[in-house]
Design a protein around this ligand. Structure first.
Ligand code: ADP
Length: 427
């Protein structure tokens, strides 16, 4: 009968001549009798190099995740603070027109900034799951450049930066997704603005080069050092990642740029002669040989006159529902609201809407069942259903299409897109 056993464990790291490390874990259990006399030893040695490497990579990933969360909180809080401040000012003072206008401008800018951050974040997550699908069609590059440059002009002017654009004389046609290409150029321009000091110069140059178009976004800003340059398109990569830095961002913009350009069959490169020497980003995209037969219709201006519709808005987020109703009323539509599925069915019976904007994740009765129940009624057969979701995942889109929804919109609803849809239903 053995009374006592004792476990000893230790690890040894051995380095071979070629520099390769091997970690070996030794453990030995000694067995003693009641007089503490050694009766036996069980010893084992295991090569745990792989496990150690795995643990190390987990620790590193965990550390990166924590740093990223700190950065994210910081970046989301930045725009929130001025919005809150202006709300407080509005609560306390009876606001003059001037103050109202200032508050509106500040909130507009900050909400825009926050939306961009969150959109980028959602895009990166979709990209990493291979869920971004381009909506490609024949497009003219000039309209993409125009959109991105016009959006960048105001911030550039505010920062005292010169912005020059040079386009080839003949139109350049691509098979592309114009929204995504605008996103690519906007990201590069926004970086050029962020990393260039007052008085600097930014240029966008477009040139044809056999079978492709070359877009160069150049700035006279802080430049990128040779150590950082090879890693500049990596996720979360920021040359200055301190929370005290003066510019905002999450370090995902260039990752998105690279992925979106590659989805278009193109390439992107970063060049810089070094710190303080400015930077240049070069995007190459394949072009169409000649003008396409049909270019897409220009988007409908949300300010253009609309056919008034009767619209039922259903969402359990009351602020979301109420504000969307206000917007649609201002645009000349008649609206009714419901905050859960059962209330929506009751409201539809009374209000008899032409269009139902329906959140899919609803309390009491989900969006799919709500639509089904309304459709079963003799008065509900011709109603048009538009699904609203926070994510726009492919699975949701497929399910809502199968359930007979005419369209699927991602929240927050893009008013221009909704206006276009409403006009199409009217046709
Ligand atoms: P973010 O701008 O949010 O930090 P990006 O992925 O767009 O993230 O850029 C990653 C990093 O690359 C930036 O943090 C910055 O250090 C560097 N960078 C990007 N564009 C420029 C530029 N035009 N000039 C200098 N540095 C740049």
């Amino acid at each position: 009968m053995l009374d006592e056993s004792k476990l000893t464990e230790y690890e040894l790291t051995a380095r071979a001549r070629d520099g390769k490390e091997t970690v070996v874990s030794y453990n030995a259990t000694t067995f003693h009798d009641r007089h503490r006399k050694l009766q036996g030893v069980f010893a084992a040695a295991r090569d745990v190099t792989e496990r150690k490497r795995y643990e190390q990579s987990l620790r590193l990933a965990d550390q990166r995740k924590n740093e990223f969360l700190a950065m994210l909180a910081h970046e989301l809080r930045n725009p929130l603070a001025p919005i809150r401040n202006m709300l407080e000012v509005m609560k306390r003072a009876s606001p003059s027109d001037e103050l109202n206008e200032q508050a509106r401008d500040i909130m507009d800018r900050q909400v825009e900034q926050m939306t961009r951050l969150l959109d980028d974040l959602l895009d990166v997550s979709r990209l990493s799951h291979g869920k971004i699908v381009l909506r490609r069609g024949p497009i003219e590059l000039a309209s993409v450049v125009h959109h991105a440059v016009e959006a960048a002009r105001v911030p550039c002017e505010a920062l005292g930066l010169e912005l020059a654009v040079s386009m080839p004389p003949q139109p350049v046609y691509l098979n592309g997704d114009s929204t995504r290409l605008i996103q690519v150029l906007s990201n590069l321009l926004s970086n050029a603005c962020k990393f260039t000091d007052r008085g600097g110069r930014i240029s966008v140059t477009i040139e044809r080069e056999d079978g492709q178009v070359v877009i160069r976004v150049r700035d006279s800003g802080i430049g990128i050092g040779p150590d950082s340059l090879p890693h500049i398109f990596e996720m979360f990569m920021q040359v200055d990642a301190s929370l005290e830095r003066s510019v905002s961002g999450l370090g995902i913009g260039l990752t998105l740029v690279k992925n979106l350009v590659e989805l278009h069959g193109g390439t992107v490169e970063a060049h810089s002669a070094g710190v303080g020497q400015g930077s240049e980003f070069v995007v190459r995209l394949p072009t169409l040989a000649g003008p396409p037969e049909r270019l897409p219709e220009p988007a409908i201006d949300p300010a253009s006159p609309v056919t008034a519709r009767r619209i039922l808005i259903v969402d359990d987020n009351q602020d979301s529902t109420d504000s969307l109703a206000q917007l649609l009323e201002l645009a000349g539509h008649e609206t009714a609201k419901a905050y859960d599925g059962l209330a929506a069915v009751e409201m539809a019976a009374v209000f008899r809407p032409e269009v139902v904007l329906l959140d899919l994740g609803l309390p009491k009765l989900n969006g799919y069942d709500t639509a089904k129940k309304i459709r079963e009624q003799p008065w509900g057969k011709d109603m048009v259903f538009v699904a609203l979701t926070g994510w726009g995942q492919e699975e949701d889109q497929r399910r809502s299409a199968a359930a007979g929804f005419e369209a699927h919109l991602v929240k927050p609803v893009d008013l221009a897109l909704l206006t276009k849809l409403l006009a199409e239903f009217a046709a």
